[in-house]
Design a protein around this ligand. Structure first.
Ligand code: SAM
Length: 405
């Protein structure tokens, strides 16, 4: 069967009339293949798009980690721009995107790999697209050089610690001097295995190894630098996907809050924004994971020259900051999870807050929340796309809202 691709869906798959989905295709392309359950699984490209490029990574045809390597960088950034513009249009918002910042290849600093023992060693990598087949990806072009230089060490860890039953999960984060690795679904810890793991770490390049929540060995301080503060996040904690993306977002939030002397950072994580902003403003950080708040506070205590930073562990979905609490601050930074921040945005709308720096990894919930702010008298000053999810269909935005004076 032949199909003309009309548009890309949210996952980056091409969509033709039906709808019929065809992965790794582009709008305007004519493709051919068998269709099962509304999906052309192996499309042959009969008429390629001018935006088609040769995928840079040799694992791309099978690996599920990337979905847009077959498209030019210009195509991807325009498509991501359109995703945001369309989500806003659905809310009746007509906004101009003033910049698209794309992280370079080999810059992802956090990976969730899966591993499985084989007769002679182990498979390590990512699952295929919509499949549970694990693909080895030793030449991955997405993950940072530091993660990939530790790839064979991580494979040895799978040989040592995977069971024959299922897949072991390794959350790997680039930290100063090496890798921070947190393993789930590996062998159970007993005395013998614990000591095998502990002796694995010293010459491995791993800075910390955490096994099923227990720190096994630490070979230095697994810290991130947020501004001038060294923070040791809990194992597997949220971190912006690339250093480049983080730098762009921090710069955006600096521009958003301007010279505000007091800032509240909502959904603060381990302090990605709080600590750099504390160079010029008093900051109150709020987040619902206590260990992240503790890590942020410990980092602040050790850092020199920062203004006061206070922390509060609080569920902002159930107990958003109320207008009288918000009245203590000149500006807000908010960076919620994909679900957005409906409850907190409703309180911000009622408050006297003048400036909001907004970071979001979901254009749909961002547009919903933006509608509430605009209805409450804010204007959208600027909006930028921060593509730290290169070659994937994920889109992140940074924006500034201010009250009309
Ligand atoms: C997108 S991350 C941003 C973290 C931080 N701003 C950063 O850049 O590193 C969202 C954060 O919201 C936190 N979070 C999720 N649900 C929450 C809730 N109901 N209340 C407060 N924080 C929540 C998560 O733990 C996570 O740290």
């Amino acid at each position: 069967m032949q199909l003309t691709i009309e548009r890309l869906g949210h996952q980056g798959d091409g969509i033709g009339q039906g709808p019929i989905y065809a992965a790794q295709t582009l709008p305007g392309e004519v493709v051919e293949g068998d269709i099962v359950d509304g999906r052309m699984s192996k499309p042959r490209i009969l008429t390629p798009s001018e935006d088609r490029v040769k995928a840079p990574c040799r694992h791309y045809s099978v690996c599920g980690g990337c979905s847009l390597q077959h498209a030019s960088d210009d195509f991807v950034s325009n498509w991501k721009r359109d995703v945001v513009v369309t989500a806003l249009k659905h809310q009746g918002i007509f906004a101009k995107i003033t910049a698209v910042h794309t992280s370079p290849p080999q810059s992802r600093r956090r990976a969730v790999f899966h591993g499985k023992r084989t007769k002679n060693g182990a498979h390590l990598g990512l699952f295929g697209r919509a499949s549970d087949i694990l693909h080895d990806i030793p030449s991955c072009k997405l993950m940072s050089a530091s993660i990939m230089s530790g790839f064979e060490t991580l494979r040895s860890l799978v040989v040592l610690g995977a069971t024959r039953r299922g897949h072991m999960t390794l959350t790997v984060t680039e930290v100063a001097g090496g890798l921070d690795v947190s393993v789930e679904n590996g062998k159970d810890l007993d005395l013998k295995f614990r000591s095998e793991l502990a002796s694995f770490v010293p010459n491995s390049g791993l800075i910390r190894l955490v096994w099923q929540g227990e720190v096994i060995a630490q070979n230095g301080l697994p810290y991130q630098l947020f501004g001038s503060a060294k923070v040791v996040p809990p194992a597997g904690a949220f971190l912006q996907a690339t250093s480049h993306g983080e730098a762009v977002l921090v710069d955006a939030m600096r521009r958003a809050v301007g010279d505000a002397k007091s800032v509240v950072d909502l959904f603060a994580g381990c302090g990605t924004f709080s600590l750099p902003l504390a160079q010029t403003a008093r900051v109150h950080a709020v987040e619902d994971v206590r260990e992240m708040m503790e890590a942020l506070e410990a980092g602040w205590r050790e850092a020199l020259g920062l203004k006061q930073v206070t922390t509060e562990t609080r569920d902002l979905f159930r107990r958003p900051l109320l207008p009288d609490e918000l009245a203590k601050f000149e500006a807000v930074v908010i960076d919620p999870p994909r679900a957005g921040a409906a409850a907190q945005i409703a309180e911000l709308a009622k408050s006297e807050i003048g400036v909001i720096g907004f970071v979001s990894c979901n254009p749909v919930t961002f547009a919903r929340d933006a509608r509430v702010l605009l209805d409450a008298g804010f204007v959208l000053d600027w909006l930028e796309v921060v593509d730290q999810f290169r070659w994937s269909s994920h889109v992140e935005v940074a924006a500034r809202f201010a009250r009309m004076s």
